[in-house]
Design a protein around this ligand. Structure first.
Ligand code: ADP
Ligand code: MG
Length: 229
């Protein structure tokens, strides 16, 4: 059974009087623990697909089952609750709160659940350790490098232990060295911690760090045509 099972999903938006359909009859299976890269031209629907998988948006039609739960027909409120338990989202520009320390940023998703202060502390310390930033807990984002900011953002995405991580261009704003270390971290999260990861990227080196790459073109997914590495 796939961790993510997408069957004939179509997503349309109305734009004035006309309709735009970035995803048409798309199907995809992602096994648990896979690190999947999605590539494709700008406007091809990568973020749209990521937002469906993350439960931020719902398909116009089709089936979307994640970890045995059909999320295509959940209400807004049900979707929000589902997402807060099962999904971690990683952004290109980190989206950290500037006036909060790394520790406090990582705490944010836990404030949505019923965790005691000491339970939260244990989880935050474990997440900081996992991303290699135990010594930066009390730094603010402006006191960190871009690569370190993205590590804090990844710690925030995993602190509530979701099975699924989605990442939209997570290395798009980083130098090569920082990007490579973030890709290693994502690889470890899949290989050692069993996270299922869907990452959008424009960078062929980032895609090569994933287990599999798919290209989104004209609403459809195409297998990578490059030779296997
Ligand atoms: P990508 O991430 O591959 O650049 P997107 O998924 O952001 O592409 O967008 C795919 C298409 O859907 C684009 O034409 C975009 O303008 C359109 N689109 C995305 N989100 C919305 C929305 N909320 N309302 C209307 N159109 C949208
Ligand atoms: Mg996008």
């Amino acid at each position: 059974m796939s961790f993510i099972s997408i069957r004939s999903v179509t997503k349309s938006y109305s734009k004035g009087k006309s309709m735009i359909t970035p995803l048409e009859n798309l199907s995809l299976d992602v096994p648990k623990g896979e690190f999947l890269a999605l590539m494709g031209p700008s406007g091809s629907g990568k973020t749209t697909l990521l937002n469906l998988v993350a439960g931020i948006d719902t398909p116009t039609s089709g089936e979307l089952v994640i970890q045995d739960r059909d999320i295509a027909n959940l209400s807004r409120a049900e979707l929000t609750r589902w997402r807060s338990v099962h999904v971690g989202y990683i952004f290109q520009l980190y989206h950290l709160v500037p006036i909060l320390s790394a520790y406090e940023n990582i705490e944010l998703p836990l404030l949505l659940g019923k965790f005691s202060k000491s339970e939260r502390k244990a989880k935050i310390i474990a997440a900081l350790e996992l991303v290699g930033l135990s010594d930066r807990a009390h730094h603010r984002p402006s006191e960190l490098s871009g690569g370190q900011e993205q590590r804090v953002a990844i710690a925030r995405a995993i602190v509530h232990d979701p099975g699924l991580l989605v990442a939209d261009e997570p290395t798009g704003d980083l130098d090569r060295e920082s990007a490579d270390s973030i890709l290693n971290l994502l690889n470890d999260l899949a290989n050692k911690h069993g996270k299922t990861i869907v990452m959008v990227t424009h960078d062929p080196k980032a895609a090569a760090a994933a287990h599999r790459t798919l290209h989104l073109e004209k609403g459809q997914l195409i297998e990578n045509l490059q030779p296997a590495h």
